[in-house]
Design a protein. Structure first.
Length: 214
């Protein structure tokens, strides 16, 4: 979609999520030199973008969410176009490390659904996906498993890998895209957030534990 449309929609949504009038939508585009020729078409584009973002926001996009019920996770996986699912355990320190990175990534990759679930609460999925070692990230694309990351072996088996390293690894799966140009060279935590969610989550303190067989 046109970057000007996305920019205008982003500004409108981040300033307030109430329904916008046609005049208000047009006001966001008033500096566009092509406005006179494409006024109506571009306004419809902007409306579609805003509705698309509102729909994703209602599903939890932009936040890193904990899913408590296995049946909810099954539904989420089946309907998700792009998703990162963290199978976790509250007593494992490395799961907490991964939580921290995913919580940073989620608001910067709004099109991707970032969620977690306690592996003890999803025995069916744990068996289906053969979850044996934690932490485990399952990458979902079009309702199907496209890839997985098990433990920290791909990061030198070190706890000190960066959020940017995880972002680059996830980008290889196609589940998210790193911005092009200068912005892509900025550390993810320092980039502007595309769409504000209005939600916040308190980062929990690391618990004791390690990467363990489940």
């Amino acid at each position: 979609m046109d970057d000007k449309i996305k920019s205008a929609a982003r500004k409108a949504l981040n300033e307030g999520d109430d329904a916008l009038s046609d005049d208000e939508l047009l006001a966001e585009l008033e500096n566009d030199p092509e406005l006179e020729k494409f006024r109506e078409a571009r306004m419809e584009q902007m409306k579609r973008e805003i509705n698309h973002v509102r729909e994703l926001r209602s599903l939890g996009h932009g936040d890193y969410l904990e899913i408590s019920k296995e049946e909810d996770m099954v539904k989420l996986i089946s309907r998700t176009a792009k998703g990162v699912v963290h199978f976790t355990h509250p007593s494992f320190a490395r799961c907490k490390i991964l939580d921290k990175h995913l919580r940073i990534l989620a608001p910067h990759h709004f099109e991707t659904h970032f969620v977690s679930i306690n592996v003890e609460k999803c025995p069916f999925l744990a068996q289906k996906f053969q979850i044996r070692v934690l932490p485990c990230l399952v990458i979902v694309s079009g309702g199907h498993v496209a890839d997985r990351l098990v433990g920290f072996e791909e990061f030198g088996n070190s706890d000190g890998f960066s959020t940017d390293a995880l972002e680059r690894r996830l980008a290889k799966t196609g589940v998210l895209k790193i911005p092009k140009g200068e912005l892509g060279r900025v550390p993810v935590a320092q980039r502007p957030i595309s769409y504000q969610t209005g939600h916040s989550q308190t980062e929990e303190a690391y618990s004791t534990g390690d990467e363990l067989d489940y």
